[in-house]
Structures are given as structure tokens and as C-alpha cells.
Design a protein around this ligand. Structure first.
Ligand SMILES: Cc1cc2nc3c(=O)[nH]c(=O)nc-3n(C[C@H](O)[C@H](O)[C@H](O)COP(=O)(O)O)c2cc1C
Length: 169
């Protein structure tokens, strides 16, 4: 893997988010990886540093893991690849089973953090959580978005991950 500027992965990240998703990888206290599919993320500059913002509902096992470890990785496949794994990781919870083992996914160690990367992916971001906040029902949330996405609550937490390394296979 070679290091890349975080922006060099932008279009691939963006395309995959809108076409099957990408993997948000977190770890438990033993370092075991749990990949979850995400379809939403923002790449940008905040506090003069490159940041990947991910939105995770509190009901996800991933939410608990990121709150504990304060780090995550985002692994982006080549567009159209790993569709079955994306579907699986987007519908099954790491609370119930080991998704990595179940899918036979190959891992490669993170270079800057403790979170391993999915070896079959093409672009990787290693992130350290530098801020977190939660959407609140009484906040200035558009009624349309509230009705469509939050009828049952479970409002997303926004994890701001400073990108400490970005890689391309
Ligand atoms: C295409 C796709 C995109 C998704 N995007 C998100 C997302 O951005 N945030 C979120 O909280 N859940 C999202 N999900 C749902 C989680 O991936 C799903 O609930 C998963 O089973 C959670 O796994 P976990 O319990 O191991 O964390 C998405 C699911 C799919 C299929």
C-alpha cells in the first residue's frame, strides 16, 4: 500500500457511498475488527486538519465500539466489488456474529492506528476521533428529514475522525 493525500480518494469514496456503501471498521477491547456498511460520510477540513465525518446510529454495535476505542477505519472497495460483503455487513450485527470470520475477510494491520484494514479494499482511511456530537430531536432538524429518517428515534451520532493516514492498494 502506498500513502495518498486524503483528497486523492475522494471521488472513489463518494461513488461507492452512493453505490452499495463502504466499510466502517471498528475494534473491540481485544482488537477484534467489526466492519459495518455505511452509505453516508463527509470528507473535509475542520480545525485545520483532514476529517472524515461518519454518522452512526446509537443502536449499532459499531457505535459502542467507537465510543470505547476512539478510532475507526473507512475502507473503500473498487466500485462494484465486495457487494455481498457490503450487504452482509449492512444487515448483520457484530453483536451476534464475527462478520470477518463469517465472510473470510482478509485483514491487514493499520499502519498508524490499532484498527485493521480490509485487505480486499482499495482505498483506506485511518481515523482518530477528535469530536463527537449527536443530532437532537429538539434541534433544528428539518421536519421532512425528521419524519423520513427518525420516526423511531435512534438519531445519529456524528463522529469526527481526524485522518491520520490514507492509503491506496
Ligand atoms: C448501504 C447501507 C448503508 C448504511 N449506512 C449506514 C450509516 O451511514 N449509518 C448507520 O448507522 N447505519 C448504516 N447502515 C446500517 C448498518 O450497516 C447496519 O445496521 C449494520 O448491521 C450495523 O452493524 P453493527 O451492529 O455490527 O455495527 C447502512 C446499511 C446499508 C446496507
Amino acid at each position: 500500500m502506498k500513502p495518498i493525500d486524503p483528497w486523492a480518494g475522494f471521488s472513489q469514496l463518494q461513488e461507492c457511498l452512493g453505490d452499495g456503501g463502504v466499510f466502517l471498521v471498528s475494534i473491540d477491547s481485544q482488537g477484534r475488527a467489526n466492519p459495518m456498511t455505511i452509505g453516508w460520510a463527509l470528507l473535509g477540513t475542520v480545525w485545520r486538519r483532514p476529517v472524515l465525518l461518519v454518522l452512526v446510529r446509537p443502536s449499532r454495535f459499531t457505535h459502542h465500539l467507537i465510543e470505547e476505542s476512539r478510532e475507526f477505519a473507512v475502507c473503500v472497495p473498487k466500485r462494484g466489488e465486495l457487494r455481498e460483503a457490503l450487504e452482509f455487513c449492512g444487515t448483520r450485527s457484530g453483536r451476534d456474529l464475527d462478520k470477518v470470520a463469517e465472510l473470510g475477510l482478509a485483514l491487514t494491520p493499520g499502519r498508524e492506528g490499532r484498527v485493521p484494514l480490509l485487505a480486499e479494499c482499495d482505498v483506506h482511511y485511518e481515523c482518530r476521533v477528535v469530536a463527537q456530537t449527536r443530532l437532537v430531536p429538539q434541534g433544528l432538524l428539518s421536519p421532512e428529514i425528521k419524519a423520513h429518517y427518525y420516526a423511531e428515534g435512534d438519531l445519529h451520532t456524528l463522529f469526527f475522525g481526524e485522518i491520520v493516514a490514507a492509503w491506496k492498494a
